[in-house]
Design a protein around this ligand. Sequence first.
Ligand code: ADP
Ligand code: MG
Length: 278
Amino acid sequence: MGRITRTKIDQGGTAVIYKAEDQDSGQVWAEKRYYHRRDLAFHELALLEQASGLDCVVALAGAPKANQHAVTLCLEYLDGPALDRYLVDQNISPKAKTQSLRQAGLAITQLHERGITHADIKPDNFIVINNGMKIIDLGLARSEKKPWPYDDNSVVGTLEYISPEQANRESLFPASDLFSFGAMVFEYLMDERPFGERPLEQFRRESYYRHADEIRGKIASYEDFSAYPEKVTREWIMRRLCNNHLPADLVFGVGKVMAKRPEDRSIEPLLEALEHCP
Ligand SMILES: Nc1ncnc2c1ncn2[C@@H]1O[C@H](COP(=O)(O)OP(=O)(O)O)[C@@H](O)[C@H]1O
Ligand SMILES: [Mg+2]
């Protein structure tokens, strides 16, 4: 191996991401460095191994490395924008954007077929690459083979996208990802998040690994969020979408993934509606 140069790409909620390049061979990969939560690094590694071979999930590019400072996961380098940026790019057509959302939904379905619930579905955890979509960040994911190793109650996903059962510290289901996906599509269609922007913005980067009670206490102090999750009903979501004169099949599809009870959700109508979006 030759001289390796590293460029910081991003600092996420849990880790720092670098692009690494071998100056001699030209080989490129990404490194996700966990400086604090070593346990989570190994959790994510196990989930990435379980997802290996799936086209829609970032692949491992080598063995992990650990020293006294950090645990580093080696990942394939994904050369493309995260979906949050892609969806607001003025140079990209609405058709391409709705198709990218559909691909994200299909990717979630494939992950579920592998027995994995992502638990932190949001636009910044997808990367758009040439005609494809990759899910990243399995740091909070769960599967029967690899259940969450900690006190389940202490963890939530990302506030703007989490399902009522996640906010309520109940069990997490694959259908919890569907709700979060619905919140993503809602945000794109409405140009606002279903549960408000302003009051929650300050919690955006704080939302991991905190006691849900603490977060919910803060949320409850904001009037327009105080009824959450009681106010999250399919009818409430659909009424807001209808007010924006969106096609009926899209409204129905988003309503269906954002049903309050996990057992009432399904993704197929939304995937179909996105496919036929103009
Ligand atoms: N394999 C990769 N290739 C390129 N960029 C990546 C890769 N993995 C992550 N990133 C970038 O780093 C950001 C944070 O990565 P992520 O795995 O979501 O970390 P965190 O768990 O801290 O949220 C992503 O939103 C993306 O911009
Ligand atoms: Mg992330």
